[in-house]
Structure formats: C-alpha cells, structure tokens
Write a protein that binds this ligand. Structure first.
Ligand SMILES: Nc1ncnc2c1ncn2[C@@H]1O[C@H](COP(=O)(O)OP(=O)(O)OP(=O)(O)O)[C@@H](O)[C@H]1O
Ligand SMILES: [Mg+2]
Length: 276
C-alpha cells in the first residue's frame, strides 16, 4: 500500500495511506459512456464526497469501486491490491456499502439484518449450518451481541426486534449502515444516505458519519444535499455526464461556478437540474 506525505495546515507532516485508488475508470452500457475515464483516490481518515446531477454516473462509479461492476476499462485498487473478482470477496477485503435504493431483508428483524452483515466474518456459515454444534452456537451468540451493539451505535437501541419493513425510512437507512459496519470494513461507501430524511435525521446522519470516521474508517459519500456534503467532506469530486468536472477541497468545489452551472443547467446543458 502506498503512503504519501502531506503537510497539514498546522505545519505538521503526516503520512497518509492510500485506501482506494481508481485509475482511468470507464464504464459503458452499449453506446452510453456512464463513467468516462475517472481517477479517484481515498486516503485513510478521509470523508470524500461524490456529487453531480441526476444521471451523472455516481452510482455506476460506486458499483465499479465496490466490484459490483467490472469497469469496461481502468483499474480499481483497494489497500494496494486489485479488487478481487467477486463482490463478496470485496466485502471480506474490507469494503462495505449502502444502496441508493435501500436493500434490506424486509421480513427479517432489524437485529437479524445486522447479523447477516456479520456472517462474512464468522467461520461456521450460520445460514447453512445444519450441525448446530458448540462452535456455531458460540459464534451465533457473539454475532447477536455485536449486532445489538451496532444497532445502539447507529442510534437504534431497543429496535432490534422490529421487522425491517415496518421501520420508518430514516431508521431503514441507519440499519443499512449498521449492517455495513457489521462486516468490519476499512472503507464505507454511502449512496445517498440522507435521501428522504427530515432535517433532524440528516443532522443525526452527519454526526454518525463523523463518528464512524473518527473510529478509523475512510468514507465515500454520494449526496444531492449540498449543505450536508460541504459540511461533512474533506474533499469532493463532481461528476457530470460521467466525466470529472472538478475535484478539490470542499471549499474549492463549493465556490466553483461550474458546479452550480452543472446543477442548475446552462443553455448547453438542457437536461441538467437535480434535486440539490
Ligand atoms: N445497468 C445499466 N444499464 C444501462 N444504463 C445504465 C445502467 N445503470 C445506469 N445507467 C445509465 O448510466 C447513467 C448514469 O446513471 P447513474 O445511476 O450512475 O447516475 P447517478 O449519478 O447515480 O444519478 P442519480 O443522482 O439520479 O442517482 C444514466 O444515464 C443511467 O441511465
Ligand atoms: Mg445514483
């Protein structure tokens, strides 16, 4: 894994690990180039934002970063290694994500949903084990305990027994985060974590993401809520029609007129306009 030396605003020199490095990533669907030659780096301890109007290619790029899609060309390295071929192996390597369209098991309880995330770290394949021996029971008890801790961590203490489908929308998003954390990731990728949340829930989500970062994870977050993004992120990448429009610190990107133009649309960009 590479380490780069950075001089912080305080004047201190620190070494930052490169957690994720995407180089020249392109993803085509037939004639459509959804992601066009994008470079992207995430260092340890960073929160990096990914913004851009609807259809800009943000989710498609996420799918390339997390191994759900194999890019048409380009390379993604995680912790210095090329991504393993199967999404499950990517999770085991230490990358976890949530989805723009929530993907929970609706008829399982909140606790069980988090336990599912944990099974990639247990040895006895709890779902399929027919010989429920002592090792299985011990791991099952530990998994249950860890899942309960994670529910508390995301602010859902006491809600473990509710079926996922009966939870309010904001809690379903939090539950997805708990399930992702159950895999013990080094990098967490969140696709629109505050979509559908009220302002209070959004503030809680912001606090939760800072707390997760402070616990030692790097985070990549897609959002349309600009106040949320610029408050939260160290760096921001803005995609437009699959291409990098600008990448920089939150302050640099926030004040760049091209970003505002990309969202509100310009005469050459008639389909622009997102729910920013
Ligand atoms: N599986 C697919 N097959 C074909 N085209 C796709 C596929 N997935 C995405 N696209 C297209 O790729 C482009 C980028 O879509 P993507 O969902 O990545 O955008 P996005 O930036 O996440 O948008 P939003 O903000 O609306 O979530 C769009 O034109 C979309 O229609
Ligand atoms: Mg998307």
């Amino acid at each position: 894994m590479s380490t780069e030396t950075v001089v912080e605003p305080t004047g201190h020199t620190v070494g930052r690990e490169t957690i994720l490095a995407a180089r020249n990533v392109t993803m085509r669907f037939g004639g459509l180039v959804a992601v066009d030659n994008v470079d992207f780096t995430v260092h340890s301890g960073e929160i990096v934002g990914l913004i851009g109007p609807n259809g800009a290619g943000k989710t498609t790029f996420f799918n390339c970063l997390t191994g759900l899609y194999k890019p048409t060309s380009g390379e993604v390295r995680f912790m210095g290694e090329v991504l393993p071929p199967k999404p499950r192996e990517v999770v085991v390597a230490g990358m976890a994500r949530t989805f723009q369209n929530i993907r929970l098991f609706p008829n399982m309880t909140a606790l069980e949903n988090v336990m599912v995330g944990r099974y990639c770290r247990t040895s006895s394949m709890a779902f399929t084990s027919i010989l429920h021996g002592p090792k299985f029971r011990r791991e099952e008890a530990e998994t249950r305990e860890r899942a309960a801790e994670l529910l508390e961590y995301v602010g859902m203490k006491g809600q473990g027994g509710h079926l996922a489908r009966n939870l309010p929308y904001g809690d379903q998003r939090r539950l997805e985060v708990a399930r992702a954390l159950a895999t013990d990731p080094k990098l967490l990728l969140l696709d629109e974590p505050t979509a559908g949340m009220n302002p209070q829930e959004t503030r809680q989500a912001e606090e939760l993401i800072f707390k997760i970062r402070d616990s030692g994870l790097a985070i990549v977050v897609i959002e349309h809520d600009m106040r949320f993004i610029f408050n939260l992120c160290d760096r921001v990448l803005c995609l437009v029609r699959g291409k990098t429009l600008i990448e920089g610190t939150a302050a640099e990107v926030q004040s760049d007129p091209r970003v505002i133009e990309a969202y509100i649309g310009s005469p050459e960009n008639e389909e622009g306009g997102a729910h920013a």
